[in-house]
Write a protein that binds this ligand. Structure first.
Ligand code: SF4
Length: 237
């Protein structure tokens, strides 16, 4: 199986996922009540990019549902912006984002990230996307978080690798699934068209597939990838 075949099969199965939700805009501009907008693009304003970046930090090591509550709390407190985060103490911030877990460490990272966003300059109507290296220099921002911020917040074509990607690809029999983050990411990118829309949607449908079927204990019966899956072939699930 090729990476593009996997993408197309999953896209046909699950449909467009609506990319990263804008919780602060839920129920408006065609978004559903959780802020998803199928077919939508990256935000055109810096506050939108910051909302996505904050969500990417808050969902580290926790389910999105918990991160979503923390983002909603920030929005309710009028602090879902780099200015809002920098205007409050780390202690209060930590309390607000408590539902996301690891709240002291995440409060520290959010403050670092807010300081970083303050340095981004407008570029005409829009603004410049930061470089990957500059994002990685922010304390608390690792490769997966940086790539999530770049692709969903700024429309930069960079693939997000996570544990779900490795699990699904490994079970299907793809190569390089045990290599480093950077090597695996490069391998995937070399086998896909260099388009942020493909990268963003692909990651979202991999997450969906991992939650719906390819769980730790997979539900293989009826899986659209079953005929091509090495795990299914050998494990006889
Ligand atoms: S057949 Fe099973 S193991 Fe293979 S991709 Fe589908 S759910 Fe995952």
């Amino acid at each position: 199986m090729r990476w593009m075949d996997l993408y197309q099969t999953l896209l046909e199965t699950y449909g467009p996922r609506g990319l990263w939700p804008r919780i602060s805009r839920a129920g408006t501009d065609g978004r559903d009540d959780r802020g998803y907008l199928p077919g939508g693009g990256p935000p055109e304003d810096l506050s939108g990019a910051f909302e996505i970046a904050a969500g990417a930090v808050l969902t580290q090591n926790t389910a999105w549902l918990n991160a979503e509550r923390a983002v909603q709390n920030l929005s309710n407190a009028g602090a879902l912006s780099h200015e809002g985060i920098l205007a409050m103490s780390r202690e209060i911030l930590a309390e607000i984002i408590r539902p996301a877990g690891y709240f002291n460490a995440k409060a520290r990272t959010l403050r670092e990230l807010a300081g970083f966003f303050r340095t981004l300059s407008p570029d005409g109507f829009r603004y410049s996307a930061p470089t990957r290296d500059s994002l990685l220099s922010v304390r608390g921002i690792g490769p997966e978080t940086a790539d999530s911020i770049l692709v969903y917040g700024f429309g930069v074509p960079t693939f997000v690798v996570d544990a779900y990607t490795r699990r699904i690809a490994g079970r299907l029999g793809f190569e390089h699934t045990a290599s480093s983050y950077e090597d695996f990411k490069s391998h995937i990118e070399m086998n896909l068209p260099r388009k942020w829309t493909v990268y963003a949607e692909f990651h979202a449908i991999l997450v969906e597939h991992a939650k719906v079927r390819c769980r730790k204990s997979p539900r293989c019966a009826g899986c659209p990838l079953g005929d091509l899956c090495k795990y299914r072939m050998y494990e006889k699930t």
